[in-house]
Ligand binder design. Structure first.
Ligand SMILES: Cc1ncc(COP(=O)(O)O)c(C=O)c1O
Length: 365
């Protein structure tokens, strides 16, 4: 008897499961697979969370988030953009924000443009609501070609998903690319979603948000990566009031609210800058790029903590199997792509581990 809903069958997770099955046999691997920073949550933020729990701030909150956090976020956003109609609410991580955006905006059959390679959740979340992922290829340099985007737009195009700095490539979209995309979305009345979860990890120049050029842009951001709080599930979304109000309505009937103590920790986190850690990540980026660039076809990443080289021969999956045999855990590119040619390294680890990993990867070419 098949009890599962049809919507669960549009996608599967077998690729990543296979990798982790192989990885289960590894002993003390050089682990380049982790999608989170290697620094711990700063003490002041932990204290704020513990303090909130002790003070009895443990109940539900209003669905849009405690006023102290929401107002602090709103003030910062208003200072940055000065858009009259821009509102914010607190979500359960960036993932919660993405899900609510899909439920709020996508009708069955609506097309959602995304750039390949893409963050794994994008096609799955689109299909979950009956939308159709429309893939715009960005190989080999992972830059956005506006002509390709324009050609992919149809009367059913409802949404464009932009992620910069990007997972899995680490590429940061240029100001020109962002402006062009923002203007195109505005002209064609398409919702532009800007997933800025890696905005703190931007090494060569500050991130330019699409919201600067298109005041209807829906920005999704959060504390997971910027403060090492991936397990705490705290994010936020800002954009046009009507969309935000609808997302809040849906949050009320689904996630209810972000964990209250974590919201208070978020208030403290907004005053904590991890500049030193981000500078360390820039050095790690330089280290891994310098270690691979003469041996692999690879684009120098401008942000996040990923790099996405091309497999030297065979498919990306075959190369990953070989790397795992040599105790290096990497993720095949086909998890994030229609192509199976590349692999993702997360260099969110110690310099020593990165050096050991480089040594092995150089031998595998
Ligand atoms: C591009 C991108 N967006 C969203 C997320 C989800 O982050 P969160 O922990 O805020 O749900 C991730 C996590 O890896 C990501 O890489």
């Amino acid at each position: 008897m098949n009890l599962l809903a049809d919507r669960t069958k549009a996608f599967d997770s077998s690729g990543i499961r296979k990798v982790f099955d192989l990885a289960a046999k590894m002993k003390d691997p050089i682990n380049f697979s982790i999608g989170q920073p290697d620094f711990d949550v700063p003490e002041t933020i932990k204290e704020a969370c513990i303090e909130a729990i002790r003070a009895g701030k443990n109940a539900y909150t209003v669905t849009q988030g405690v006023p102290a956090l929401r107002e602090k976020l709103q003030t910062r956003i208003d200072q940055q953009y000065g858009h009259k109609d821009r509102r914010v609410f607190v979500s359960l991580g960036t993932s919660g924000g993405l899900s609510l955006a899909m439920w709020s905006l996508i009708n069955p059959g609506d097309e959602v443009l995304m750039f390949d390679p893409y963050f794994v959740m994008y096609p799955a979340l689109t299909q979950l609501v009956g939308g159709v992922p429309v893939i715009v290829d960005t190989y080999p340099d992972f830059r956005i070609d506006l002509k390709k985007v324009a050609a992919a737009i149809t009367p059913r195009t409802k949404m464009i998903l932009l992620n910069s700095p990007a997972n899995p490539t680490g590429v940061v979209a240029s100001e020109e690319e962002v402006r062009g995309l923002a203007q195109l979305a505005a002209e064609r009345n398409i919702v532009l979603i800007s997933d800025e979860i890696y905005s703190s990890f931007c090494f060569d120049s500050p991130l330019v948000s699409a919201a600067k050029y298109n005041d209807r842009t829906l920005v999704i951001d959060g504390f997971s990566k910027s403060h090492g709080m991936t397990g705490w599930r705290l994010g936020y979304v800002h954009g046009p009031a009507e969309i935000i109000e609808t997302m809040i309505k849906l949050q009320q009937y689904t996630f209810v609210c972000a964990p209250q103590p974590v919201q208070w920790a978020g208030v403290a986190a907004m005053d904590v800058s991890l500049g030193e850690q981000f500078a360390a990540y820039q050095r790690k980026r330089d280290l891994i790029y310098a270690g691979l660039a003469d041996k692999y076809e690879v684009v120098k990443p401008g942000g996040a903590f990923y790099i996405f080289p091309k497999a030297p021969r065979g498919t990306g999956s075959e190369f990953v199997a070989k790397a795992i045999e040599n105790n290096v855990l990497i993720i095949p590119g086909n998890i994030f792509s229609r192509r199976d040619t590349h692999f993702r390294i997360s260099y969110a680890g110690s310099d020593e581990m990165i050096r050991r990993g480089i040594e092995v990867l150089r031998k595998l070419t």
